[in-house]
Design a protein around this ligand. Sequence first.
Ligand code: BES
Ligand code: MN
Ligand code: ZN
Length: 517
Amino acid sequence: MLVNAKYELQSFDAAEALLRQPEDAGHPRTLVVFVGRDLAMGERAASVLKDAAGHLSRAAAAAKFKGKSGTSLEILAAPGAPASRVILMGVGAGDETGGEGGEAKPFEDFFALGGQTAAKMGPGSRAVVLFDLPEGVSAAHDSVGQFALGGWLRAYKFDHYKTKKKDEAEREGPTEVVVALADPDSHSAAMSDGGHLAEAVILARTLVNEPANVLTPPEFARRASELMKLGVEVEVLDEKAMSELGMRALLGVGQGSEAGIRLVVLRWSGGAEGAAPLAFVGKGVVFDSGGISIKPAASMEDMKGDMAGAAAVTGAMYAIAARKAKANVVGVLGLVENMPDGKAQRPGDIVKSMSGQTIEIVNTDAEGRLVLADALTYVIEHHKPAAVIDLATLTGAILVALGQEYGGLFSNNDELADRLTKAGNHIGEKLWRMPMGPAYDKLIDSKFADMKNTGGRHAGSITAAHFLQRFVGKTPWAHLDIAGTGMGSPLSDTNQSWGAGWGVRLLDRLVRDYYEG
Ligand code: BES
Ligand code: MN
Ligand code: ZN
């Protein structure tokens, strides 16, 4: 595991035996139980805490804690409790969600609850989580895996470059969490699934967080190549190979940088032989200075995250391969650095893309679409995908429209758009579909070439999508503009990192729900 926390499944009986043993003095024990409305507990939890019941209900009353979902209560040194810390995690429906006859609604968000619980347990904890739900609260089959996933993701921290690591986790040793269940064996698949997803999201987060002096296009390609260990076929094209394919749009973006240019193709063939794959394409601009149309200095450092699309695709390919998904999926990463230099491309330049269409560069800062244009052409010509989805931190305008709550969704196919929206709602990476149409498309016609690379200030995210659409032909296609969600992520129960790895769980869910079996 990449994170310093071990989750272990055990039976209730084994956990109870453990709780009867005296606590290790250096590591006071934490006991976590789920409580519903008015402190209702499952039978096993109630029996483990029966000698402390009076104290717990007094503490709860004093703290006005009622077991509502999203709330929790920590009680220290409760007389009669088998742990120095008892944490009551609310899973009860508040009045606003109460169902028929006062019965609680099934509890859905074990992912967030796992994150909250991990935050409460703290680094270095020795914890027992009694996965025993109060009556009326039910859970999905993957709830334990989701709970652990939330915990792992909460614990992730990018502190690689801090030389004075005051990291508590390091001093306290790993967090050890025993998750106790009636039938641990029936949850072990969900647990290992959660572990793989955690690794996949963490891989994407680290790629986003890495600075561009370390994560150059060749270094990104090297890290993506490690997916070979999972059985992914990896192909890396360098400048020469791309030049032979005529990828002048993509190559033009990188020509002002010394860092090198790469196109990475990741192929997972877990589905029927010969069946058309699903394709993911990621914008991987490892740093976007704007080029000759240089950006203002304020916050320019954030542009090390302009490869969040490529990071999400890499993470998703990891998840899909790690669980040996029964689907054919190909991921393409367009990796470049956008820098100003004597060799850099200029506004006014005209380039010919791999598709044969010509592009007038009117703003060198609208570089992502140039990278994607050739990457899309490549994957459509070489892999004939059933559908293609690109992810890109493409426009500041999508932040103006949607903020950091939703990713922008653009598509030429209602079914694909619908599937993506549903998958996103399912796991909490939400998408909002944006309009497209011929009037917008006209805005990128050029006086000198087939098209220009920006359509002006109005509807900037939409004209960017139209630019991409000119390279996909009839292939069902969706474009996710993740400039708002891919970096600078708001902190949450399950994410404390600048790069949240947004999109990994979304693409993984999409494949699970619609492209397997
Ligand atoms: N990488 C940026 C978009 C971006 C902005 C991502 C803020 C994350 C946060 C992209 O390459 C860009 O510079 N877009 C321009 C397009 C414009 C020149 C048409 C923009 O949004 O200003
Ligand atoms: Mn740019
Ligand atoms: Zn960019």
